[in-house]
Ligand binder design. Structure first.
Ligand SMILES: Cc1cc2nc3c(=O)[nH]c(=O)nc-3n(C[C@H](O)[C@H](O)[C@H](O)COP(=O)(O)OP(=O)(O)OC[C@H]3O[C@@H](n4cnc5c(N)ncnc54)[C@H](O)[C@@H]3O)c2cc1C
Length: 415
């Protein structure tokens, strides 16, 4: 679509939140448009074919809390097959790299850590989660590694109240054709303007004035869904300035998580949907999903400072690190069975600047601050504004629906 000069509601960003907001406005009499800086729908949901027979979700892949996940119904409506195979994180770990006895010890230490953090959170005072690691515990580096996968950062940067607020039903499914592909199908019927980078929102006059790389438009209401790092960096400038929002976004930074996909020759050598990890004395380690969906490949996942360092090292660094690590577990000969296909670099992506949000210690309350509307005209959505499903695609989607309801309520009360 081309950019209109005037609209009732402008939605900024065509990720899960923007799509959720747009669908929720569809039945209303309002005119609306989604302004997207990229040339595609989905934002941090992005599926590619890494090879003709290998589907790869560079961003979100798991339908977390699947029994409460709005994308499950969307997948059914869009005729996308859902795979309910249990995730390989606990089961199907390759025992030669991480023996059962050690794994049991580790899982006990991880459980005890969460119990200590949860008990500490009950008094309502926010602290860094890292304080609740048992001093000297042999599993601390690996517990920290799990934090880099879950939060995008090490435990010293995570609020215990935020950890406590996160809701996880423990049911995790996948979309066979890809989570990002599902988002693309879900967005296909919406009014979208691509390559439209919003740079400024002037809310000083009666109508909002929005400046973009394709020109300017005016709107009655705007729903902002861009990632927190862009708000904190003022990639979109508000006039007059919105210091409360910038401060809230800065307290909810995006951590770093990345994936790499390696092609695997002779795939029968490894179990379908297995897991490989084993550098248990280090936080700087990847975790490897073997043959996801039975495909002939290995998907590596990296988080936190380790992921950031590999991103900074440049294109190909994740693949090189993954092949080295897998060769440590499976023998040097295994190298010849692996070849790099693709990898993400989300912290270097100008329209994401990271993976997903965590609250810094002392900032767990900032999710509600970021979510609050301003002046009945500026509304905020995106995963970071979700009270309990933050950091996820379904949390983002539901936050978009919530912002759309706020727009409709604001209009109803003005009548
Ligand atoms: C490696 C990785 C793994 C993940 N795994 C999972 C998982 O398994 N399960 C899960 O539920 N979640 C997962 N996530 C998180 C999930 O992808 C995100 O929480 C969710 O997609 C965020 O949606 P959003 O709409 O809030 O933001 P985004 O998807 O970032 O959407 C915001 C949109 O705004 C656009 N935009 C930015 N700036 C501008 C601008 N100035 N003008 C116009 N448009 C702009 C962006 O291009 C983007 O399309 C993962 C993320 C990563 C990176």
């Amino acid at each position: 679509m081309s950019l209109p000069s005037s609209i009732d509601v402008a939605i900024i960003g065509a990720g899960a939140a923007g799509l959720g907001a747009a669908h929720a406005l569809k039945g209303s009499s309002l005119s609306f448009i989604v302004l997207e800086a990229r040339d595609r729908v989905g934002g941090r949901g992005h599926t590619i074919m890494a090879a003709p027979n290998i589907t790869f979700d560079l961003g979100c892949g798991w339908l977390h809390s699947a029994d409460k996940n709005s994308f499950v119904g969307i997948a059914e409506a869009c005729d996308f097959e859902i795979d309910k195979t249990l995730p390989p994180w606990r089961e199907r770990v390759v025992a030669t790299a991480f023996p059962q006895q050690e794994r049991d010890d580790f899982l006990r230490a991880l459980h005890d850590f969460y119990v200590r953090a949860e008990q500490a959170a009950h008094d309502g005072r926010d602290k860094p989660a890292g304080l609740y690691l048992e001093p000297g515990n042999r599993w601390n580096p690996m517990i920290d590694a799990i934090s880099t996968y879950v939060n995008g950062c090490e435990l010293d940067q995570v609020s215990i109240l935020d950890i406590e607020a996160y809701h996880d039903t423990g049911i995790n499914w996948r979309v066979r054709r890809g989570y990002g592909a599902l988002m693309a199908a879900y967005g296909a019927s919406l009014p979208l303007v691509f390559n439209c980078n919003v740079t400024l929102i002037d809310h000083s006059a009666r109508r909002l004035r929005i400046e973009t790389s394709l020109g300017a438009l005016t709107a009655d209401k705007v729903i902002v869904t861009v990632p927190t790092n862009l708000i904190a960096d003022e990639a979109i400038r508000f006039v007059p300035g919105l210091l409360t929002k910038i401060d809230a976004a800065a307290g909810l930074p995006l951590g770093v998580d990345d994936k790499v996909m390696l092609a695997l020759s002779e795939p029968e050598a490894l179990p379908k949907d297995g897991n490989l990890r084993g550098l248990t004395f280090r936080t700087d380690m990847g975790t490897y999903h073997l043959r996801p969906f039975g495909q002939p490949c290995i998907e590596g996942f990296f988080g936190g400072r380790h992921a950031k360092a590999l991103e900074d090292a440049g294109e190909g660094a994740f693949a090189a690190a993954a092949i080295d690590e897998i060769a440590r577990y499976l023998g040097n000969d295994f190298r010849r069975k692996l070849s790099p296909l693709s990898e993400s670099r989300w912290a270097h992506d100008p329209f994401a600047r990271g993976a997903y949000s965590h609250a810094l210690p002392g900032h767990a309350d900032k999710r509600a601050v970021l979510a609050a509307p301003v002046d009945g005209r500026l509304f905020f959505a995106g995963e970071a504004t979700s009270p309990n499903f933050f950091s996820t695609a379904h949390g983002a989607h539901d936050s978009g629906e919530r912002a759309a309801r706020e727009v409709l309520a604001a209009l109803a009360s003005a009548r």
